[in-house]
Design a protein around this ligand. Sequence first.
Ligand SMILES: Nc1ncnc2c1ncn2[C@@H]1O[C@H](COP(=O)(O)OP(=O)(O)OP(=O)(O)O)[C@@H](O)[C@H]1O
Ligand SMILES: [Mg+2]
Length: 193
Amino acid sequence: MRIMNIVLLGGTPGTGKTEVASALGKELKREVISLGTLAKESKCISAYDDARDTNVIDEDCLVEAILSLLEKLEDDIIIEGHYIDLVPSSKVERVIILRTHPDDLKERLISRSYSEEKVNENLESEIFGVCQLDAIDAFAEERVYEIDTSKNTLEESIEEIVETLTSSDPPIRYDWMSELEEEGRLHDFVSGA
Ligand SMILES: Nc1ncnc2c1ncn2[C@@H]1O[C@H](COP(=O)(O)OP(=O)(O)OP(=O)(O)O)[C@@H](O)[C@H]1O
Ligand SMILES: [Mg+2]
């Protein structure tokens, strides 16, 4: 097996992973693997969490599915989805976490007809920066970059990602929590804040 390189695309639901991955795949001429689809096709969905309105993934099963897929592939690829932390770190060249300002993410999630609980849960996750903290834990600070898709068009996001992939600048970090706190608006989004 040739050593291939993987770009990972992660982020809170609604930040644009699927849409950006598909356009980036065309731009870089790389195949795109969606972990949500892989989990379904590999029968790694172990249950449905009614309370949280989301699938529960058997992580061991998905790790196996990722490893057997990587065995078969030879070219550089893009992997997008919620479970990017399960991809073997040694093959990952860069991790791009898509970020969206809570005001914009709220609109996108409401337009998906998510329940109020699901909108709030995802907004809190984006405000606390859960996805990039998990990615930094799994892949180390210097490989994890963030792209703000709040106001960008898809084309602008792709341009920014392509630049980022070859950049030696340190990653930019977004901190919605501090921004909202300074504006005195954190309690509009986070219960108990
Ligand atoms: N700059 C942008 N980049 C990507 N998506 C954008 C951008 N601006 C607006 N959007 C919109 O945001 C939504 C993102 O949806 P998408 O399904 O790609 O998100 P996702 O992160 O894959 O969500 P999920 O985790 O639920 O799969 C789309 O409706 C898209 O049109
Ligand atoms: Mg998606």
